[in-house]
Design a protein around this ligand. Structure first.
Ligand code: FEO
Length: 401
């Protein structure tokens, strides 16, 4: 019986031979509600070349898609643009099947792959930034993209077809049988690309900006951008590049995010009063209870926001567990250019507000004023202070626009 897994033609000589993970919902703390794909590409040049592989359980699906085009044993080269296991998990097994002449990775990538598979004897040829690899009638140029997404990451550019294999960059977690951006609802593309950037790429934003400069300086032009996750860009390449420039710069906008955890609604009342103040001050507002939303949605809303207010009740001398979770997540993702404040209610000790302020300071969030703590239930005067704190935050944000 023939395999149902087919390759998808990308250009004259390039085929998508990846795998679709319809069921994944969790990616290192990032909720991937629409699943994902692990994209691998086959370049049918004189030297037949496989670009990246897939997560280990999907090896069979990838090999079946390759076999739809060519006997996998005819592959000459494998290029590993990124060694994270969603792209390398089956690499040792694929090498055993394909027996390629050579496997290429960046210098850091070669070392990382050996470390990830210590029981294997992997022969990896390290390539340098700017190095060309002749595939006979085609040429691949390598461009190091350190920390986008790991230290080993690199791009491979197929010169004759102006096709960029961009590994994690410009990707999104979106499982579909549609392979190209022009086949997907633009609203889904916009939401999932931004969510992916916010949850994965955001901390490396300064490097994204440098990378975009490097690409421009190299004079590279793209007819196709083929990432390792989600749709392949062939229609709106300018759009995704300019989105990365915007998200990388993290210019603040007139938007405020209020995140809170409450026990008996007191902190919630404060959150709502602050939200009203932010809105009256002219900001768009997202009010997010950590009992109701996922951390991935909070960082999506914070991408290019101008203000962040964080509130928590105090539980056993600490912030609530859900607030510890989101604060840890935000601290790691390092959103920039925010004005912030802390607030919360307490019964007797009330440490939460101070703990939130400490994290906001570590994140270099500019304080809009002293945090507001209230014992038990906020009275009208306290709610007015919360409203005024929202107004003050909005004023500070608008001063930055
Ligand atoms: Fe898709 Fe950094 O791995």
């Amino acid at each position: 019986m023939q395999s149902p897994y087919k390759a998808v033609k990308v250009t004259e000589d390039v085929w998508w031979v990846g795998a679709i993970d319809w069921n994944i919902r969790e990616f290192h703390g990032y909720q991937t509600r629409r699943g994902s794909t692990y994209n691998a590409y086959l370049v049918m040049a004189d030297k037949i070349t496989l670009i990246d592989t897939v997560k280990a359980p999907f090896q069979g699906e990838m090999l079946a898609r390759i076999a739809d085009v060519v006997d996998p044993e005819r592959i000459d080269y494998i290029v590993s643009n990124h060694s994270e296991m969603d792209h390398s998990g089956c690499l040792p097994e694929v090498i055993a099947v394909v027996k390629p002449e050579k496997v290429f990775a960046s210098q850091v990538g070669a070392r990382t792959l050996r470390e990830l598979f210590p029981s294997e004897t992997l022969e990896i040829t390290a390539v340098k930034d700017g190095e060309n690899l002749s595939l006979g009638n085609r040429t691949l140029a390598f461009l190091e993209t350190r920390m986008v997404h790991w230290p080993d990451s690199m791009f491979a550019y197929l010169k004759e077809e102006e096709l960029l294999f961009s590994q994690d960059a410009f990707g999104m977690h979106y499982a579909s049988l549609e392979r190209f951006d022009d086949q997907v609802d633009p609203a889904i593309l916009a939401f999932e690309a931004a969510t992916y950037y916010a949850n994965i790429i955001l901390p490396y934003s300064p490097l994204v900006l440098k990378l975009l400069e490097k690409v421009a300086a190299a004079g590279l032009t793209f007819k196709v951008v083929a990432p390792d996750h989600g749709p392949i860009w062939r229609r709106d390449i300018g759009g995704i590049l300019s989105s990365y420039a915007k998200w990388g710069a993290q210019e603040p906008t007139a938007k405020g995010v209020v995140v809170y955890g409450t026990m008996w609604h007191s902190t919630e009342m404060m959150a709502r009063a602050i939200s009203e103040g932010l809105s009256a001050g002219g900001l768009d507002v997202k009010l997010m209870s950590m009992e109701q939303v996922h951390r991935s949605d909070v960082i999506y809303e914070l991408l290019c926001a101008g203000a962040l207010a964080v509130g928590s009740a105090t539980l056993n001398n600490q912030v609530l567990p859900g607030m510890a979770d989101i604060l840890t997540y935000l601290k790691g993702l390092k959103p920039k250019n925010l004005v912030g404040a802390a607030f919360g209610s307490y019964g007797w000790s009330g440490e939460a507000v101070g703990q939130i302020e400490a994290v906001l300071a570590e994140m270099k969030v500019e304080s809009a004023g002293e945090g507001i703590r209230v014992k038990n239930v906020p009275d009208a005067a306290t709610l007015t202070r919360c409203y005024e704190l929202g107004l003050k935050m909005a004023e500070k944000v608008k001063g930055r626009l």
